[in-house]
Design a binder for this molecule. Sequence first.
Ligand SMILES: Nc1nc2c(ncn2[C@@H]2O[C@H](COP(=O)(O)OP(=O)(O)OP(=O)(O)O)[C@@H](O)[C@H]2O)c(=O)[nH]1
Length: 890
Amino acid sequence: MDNKQDSKDNKDKLRVYEYAKSLNMSSKEIITILKRLNLPVNNHMSVMENEMVHKVEGFFRDIKANAAAKRAQDTASVAVSSSPQQAASRPQQQDRKPQGQHGQGNKNTNHDRQGPMNSINTKTPTNQQQSEQRASGQQGNRPQQNRPTQGGQGERRQGQGQGFQGNRQGQGGGGANRPGGGQGGSNNRPGGGQGGSSNRPGPSGQNRGGQGGQGPQGNAGGRGGAPRPEGGNRQGQQTQNRSFDSRPAPGNRGNGNDEGGNRGKSNRPNQRRFDDAKTNGFKGNNRGSKGRGGKFQQQPPREKIDNTPKKIIVRGTMTVGDLAKLLHKDASEVIKKLIFLGVMATINQELDMDAILLIAGDYGVEVEVKIPVEEDSFETVEETDEEEDLVSRPPVVTIMGHVDHGKTTLLDSIRKTNVTGGEAGGITQHIGAYQVEINHKKITFLDTPGHEAFTLMRARGAQVTDITIIVVAADDGIMPQTVEAINHAKAAGVPIIVAVNKIDKPEANVDKIKQEMTEYELVPEEWGGDTIFVEVSAKQRIGLENLLEMILLVAEVNDYKANPDKRARATVIEAELDKGKGPVARILVQHGTLKIGDAFVAGNCFGRVRAMVNDKGRRLKEAGPSTPVEITGLTEVPLAGDPFMVFEDERKARAIADRRSIKQRQSEMGANTRVTLDDLYSHIKDGEIKDLNVIIKADVQGSAEALKGSLAKIDIEGVRVKIIHSGVGAITESDIILASASNAIVIGFNVRPDPQAEATIAQEKVDVRMHRVIYNVIDEIEQAMKGMLDPVFKEVVIGHAEVRNVFKVTKVGAIAGCMVTSGKVSRNAEARLIREGIVVYTGKVDSLKRFKDDAKEVAQGYECGITLERFNDIKEGDVIEAFVMESVER
Ligand SMILES: Nc1nc2c(ncn2[C@@H]2O[C@H](COP(=O)(O)OP(=O)(O)OP(=O)(O)O)[C@@H](O)[C@H]2O)c(=O)[nH]1
């Protein structure tokens, strides 16, 4: 019996989860409230004593009361909105709700519980308040819970209904209200969350009865209305309506509802969660009851929660849509702001960093810019290593000099000089560079002799060489390319060792070479200078060890070091598509250590090191600084001079390579970055330029010297002209590459670029200026440096004609029988006559004929006769260059 009693007691006890469920709240919420009220609670199974229930209800009531106070002013508008028609319409809608839903039983609760609730409800002083309670679904819920408990099943409900009615009659609104309120509350919740109306049927059935009682009071109606959202209430109301049609209750109800609705929508910040539930409940209501819908639309808009982030991280440009997302804003809002800032943008428009910063700033959001520039343009990033991590590395040497002075022979002899210690045995491989060892120290030689390759690398931004060897044949002396080589080395700022070659030859005159070299500021040590001269015979292998020792000496002085314990950085020396191996790259590791399996980017290509072979044909597992290796595992063939760097994984390498190629395409399409006389002043102004690098090519040495002397005197605004190279003869490709690598302009004095140079000029976008009068050169450069250069006209070459025959005609003079080899020649063009790259005449085309007829212009591939104004010294093989002067906008 006792046991039975216990179990009955247990059954009768209200548990947290039951209570929560009755309110359509989570146990956690109830526990939180209980804890906040300092009431003992452990978990969802904890028993809720009546007192606890009271306190919780009190808690809800307080909240409601506060809210009611705050919303007092809303009341007026609510009253306006609660027209009788609306109220009247409600019941009808309610009628539509299936009553059967309510039939489901609720938990059993005892009357005790109900009691308190009733009393609470009774206390509820106004419709408004009640509706508030209902709206919040808190106070109201509780009562409901009690009710259902009692009602349990349909039958009971009825019984209860009667009971309530009795209450109504007996106590007035009190008892009746409670149920109504209860329903309201409970209904709301369900409505919000889960279509609770049907869940709660039990209670609603009860309520119905109860509400019927309330109806007369009006309050009940109000209450019922508010919760109504869901079926339960409505049904309750229905009942009411049915019984008390004529009463004003509906109107009140309407009011109550409205208020509830309002309340529900305007959340109280600290009750957000509950409010949300309420709001939902009302939504349900709205949907269900059309009459009310209108009113709900009048409800003040929900307070917007400002969820603007304090800080955003930006990794480059982004679209308006992406930025809006990042800022937690509507794209339309951002677009509006942009329009305000004068930018007409669409949601998919790419915003640059400035625009992003502006918009973010406008919202008061801090922007952290994290652009992975370093990774994309990794060649520009200088990694600094701790001094203790640096280890000596072999110097990298390039051999340069005039044609036939013995560069290749010297490279071969050095390679064969068996100073390579223990590494003998492999099969020599051509991998663009090789290493030799002397005195247990290694030296790396780049295998491609000549300054063209050297400067081409430099033009690509690759500074590979540490030391240059200028080879001069002792039987020949300093020749144009020797000078070029010296100037290329100087422009690169690389130490020079002079190797006076072919000393085995009887006509060798070493002193003459040394003497000539002093003219280029290369003074031998024994003459008080600091340039090392080594006498060698590449062919006879004389003096090679001395040369190598001198290289080591220079290396020692310069103390070349690198950190081998980091990811590898290298430069591509050569690359090709091998039939068997696929793309191969010969690279020189400069920093770190390259290992098999490393993922890398080379230029715009990427890959993973599959195999690595050194210059002796040995397979390597890893290669440290200054080691040349041939690698396979690339996806494409990179270019000589391309930077190479290892990355964490292939995916990243691929992404970087992709971005690099896009960027390259963009920059190719973009503006010229080389210095030109036209934009020189802005470079000077911006402090980007301290020296104006100039390359002079003239028809004779005298002109070149005169120009050099005059230009050297120019000093405007602290910027000086620096002649990095001057020579005699046509402007060559090598001159253009040097200009490109050194950001120089080229001045052609009475000379023209040769055809290869022409192509390179266009490709490298080097500014080449042609002149015939020294004064004009000086004037032009001075003007450019002062920012006053205002070239109104620009020369545009329209075509070339090759002189195939020369006819001398009395009175007319020399007629050049020509073939137009490029473009066209026109009658009113200006012309210059070029003989072996030297301009021998500049003037105008005097006559232009096709056979015997005058022609306006003659196009490429056609023969023509040309006479030049007041010039008859035309020879076969000369080239007539036709050009026009076009005005240029500055
Ligand atoms: N007698 C003598 N002849 C040499 C010496 N070094 C090179 N030669 C010869 O000079 C000629 C040119 O030598 P290369 O090594 O081809 O000269 P290079 O500078 O590489 O020439 P390019 O490749 O055309 O630029 C060859 O016939 C060599 O045999 C030397 O020390 N003594």
